[in-house]
Design a protein around this ligand. Structure first.
Ligand SMILES: NC(=O)c1ccc[n+]([C@@H]2O[C@H](COP(=O)([O-])OP(=O)(O)OC[C@H]3O[C@@H](n4cnc5c(N)ncnc54)[C@H](OP(=O)(O)O)[C@@H]3O)[C@@H](O)[C@H]2O)c1
Length: 239
């Protein structure tokens, strides 16, 4: 790969960083966190719909990025259950197409996955070598996406995370922050165990990984709120 020395704290890469899902929780933070590394290009869904393989390949070939970061996904678990074909197209097939294009243009492929690749039966955190066993359409589609990325023979990082939150929007933490001050009783789920992960921490950790990733291809990493390699916890939510 060409580009500057990736070890320097202010080193900028010689080619662009292409971010899919730049309007999402993680994607918005990625656009900020990756900016010091180089020019960040984040096509909208209208510019690159992940269900359209040709437009996906075309934009990657046109931009010829040094790094592709895929933060796009069908993340709504209920929607994935209702529309497994869509979940499959976006979460399972598109990442493999990106990784194949990454190999052709000499890019590093960075892809996010989820605790939902596990069944939640374990009472201790899952490490990277734990055996996946998804129990719903979302988890199955995300596991297939991981496998598509891993089998494309491009340098890649697969980052599994869990319970991603932002302080704005409609997620778990944002809803709590909104509801707690005013409501005498706030009803929340009581049958799930997880490690909430701040979208900004995840994006910053991703940027740090990208700096060294040229030498760290082919690995999976579990990043939770500690921002370090380690186990992720999950208990299942059936839909
Ligand atoms: N959220 C979590 O708790 C969580 C937990 C574990 C892992 N993850 C993983 O982390 C990654 C980022 O999640 P997130 O929470 O940032 O997701 P998010 O906020 O739901 O954002 C999803 C992004 O994907 C884009 N997208 C969806 N379908 C698309 C399509 N057909 N074509 C192009 N773009 C499409 C959305 O674009 P629009 O704005 O156009 O809809 C949006 O930018 C995902 O891989 C997810 O599986 C998330």
């Amino acid at each position: 790969m060409d580009g500057a020395d990736l070890n320097g704290p202010s080193a900028r890469l010689g080619r662009a960083l292409l971010v899919f899902g730049g309007s999402g929780q993680v994607g918005r933070q990625l656009r900020l966190a990756l900016a010091p590394l180089g020019s960040v290009i984040a096509p909208t869904r209208a510019e690159a719909d992940l269900t359209d393989a040709d437009s996906l390949r075309a934009i990657i070939e046109r931009v010829r990025p040094l790094v592709i970061v895929n933060a796009a996904a069908v993340t709504n678990v209920d929607q994935a259950e209702r529309d497994p074909a869509l979940a499959n197209a976006v979460n399972a097939i598109a990442p493999g197409i990106m990784a194949e294009a990454a190999r052709r243009v000499g890019a590093l492929m960075v892809h996010y996955s989820t605790d939902y690749v596990f069944d939640g039966a374990r009472r201790v955190p899952y490490d990277e070598e734990a055996q996946p066993n998804p129990i719903n359409s979302y988890g199955r589609s995300k596991l297939a996406g991981e496998r598509g990325v891993a089998s494309a023979d491009a340098p890649h990082l697969i980052i599994r995370t869990s319970w991603v939150y932002s302080v704005t929007g409609a997620g778990f933490v944002a809803s709590l922050l909104r509801d707690l001050p005013g409501k005498p009783i706030v009803r929340i789920v009581a049958d799930q165990v997880g490690s909430p992960t701040w979208s900004r921490s995840l994006a910053m950790a991703t940027a740090a990984l990208v700096r060294v990733a040229v030498r760290a291809d082919g690995k999976r990493a579990h990043l939770d709120r500690r921002g370090e390699r380690g186990g992720i916890r999950r208990r299942p939510r059936f839909v």
